[in-house]
Design a binder for this molecule. Structure first.
Ligand SMILES: [Zn+2]
Length: 289
């Protein structure tokens, strides 16, 4: 009996899987009918293998989540790049193109209380700055420009600047050449001497500052390259001056001169911000690989 049990027990795994011949099956069943020991053995074999189901699906869920996260990061990266690109293009299209002085560019009309300057219709934008002299006389600097967008849209109209003479104090008006040429400003009313409008160089200082910060961080990055956590944070901070430099290049090219500081700076910071976002997500995606 004992030997028979051993034999049957050897066959039971195959029997449980239905992998025995009908003859062997009938032998096994015959034995099982009167042997509780082997019945127990069979019931144990037939129990579904205790496979920890949640454990098996957990890594899969994790991978799914990571893939979704990657997808979202890729979408944000693309969107940020698209916005930065759009901003750069819009900045290019709306950047003022200054007119050099010419006789038919403007006409000056004077009354006792005011001077009116009317520009010809190729001018789509104009502005002036004023400087008060020691004798209380005011000097005005006029600029006239158009933009690529205005040229595309065919925006034309009469642009006028009216300068009032307070208490009839004489005023002098110059036309700023800005970056149209390096010539000194043209006196169009009052004054006579050649005054040069100083370009604002703040943007080039910011650019230099960003370059210096970038270099310092790059050196620090090399020093701390082996410290993984420090390296990651340094990289993230390093992307800030890098984004600013890229933003400046997108908006101003290699020029650091700006006659429209607020406008230029807004575009540079805007482009830089979205570039930073894109670079940050790009870094994350690279790191996860
Ligand atoms: Zn048995």
């Amino acid at each position: 009996m004992k030997h028979q049990c051993d034999l049957i027990k050897d066959l039971l795994p195959l029997y449980a899987e239905d992998m025995v011949s009908p003859y062997t099956a009938s032998l096994v069943e015959e034995h099982l009918a009167h042997c509780t020991d082997c019945q127990k053995e069979l019931s144990l074999l037939k129990k579904p293998m205790a496979v920890p189901a949640p454990k098996a699906t957990a890594p899969l869920e994790k991978i799914k989540k990571m893939l979704l996260l990657k997808k979202i990061q890729a979408i944000v990266l693309t969107a940020a790049l698209a916005i930065a690109g759009t901003l750069a293009v819009f900045s290019y299209l709306t950047a003022p193109i200054y007119f050099p002085y010419s006789e038919d560019l403007l006409t000056v009309t004077t009354t006792e209380d005011a001077v009116t300057i009317s520009f010809n219709e190729s001018v789509t934008g104009c502005s002036y700055e004023s400087v008060k002299g020691s004798d209380n006389a005011t000097t005005y600097f006029l600029s006239a420009w158009t933009t690529r967008l205005d040229r595309i849209l065919g925006t034309y109209g009469t642009r006028e600047i009216v300068l009032e003479k307070e208490d009839r104090i004489p005023i002098s008006i110059y036309f700023s050449q800005n970056d149209a040429s390096s010539e000194s400003d043209i006196p169009i009313y009052g004054g006579t001497s050649g005054v040069v409008t100083l370009p604002r160089l703040a943007l080039s200082y910011y650019l230099q500052l960003a370059g210096i910060v970038f270099l310092i961080l790059a050196v620090a990055l090399l020093v701390f390259w082996r410290k993984k956590s420090v390296r990651l944070w340094l990289l993230r901070i390093l992307l800030l001056p890098l984004s600013y430099i890229l933003g400046h290049l997108c908006v101003k090219g290699f020029s650091g001169v700006s006659y429209h500081m607020t406008r230029d700076l807004c575009f540079i910071v805007g482009v830089a911000l979205f570039l930073y976002l894109a670079l940050l997500f790009g870094l994350n995606l690279l790191r996860k690989k």
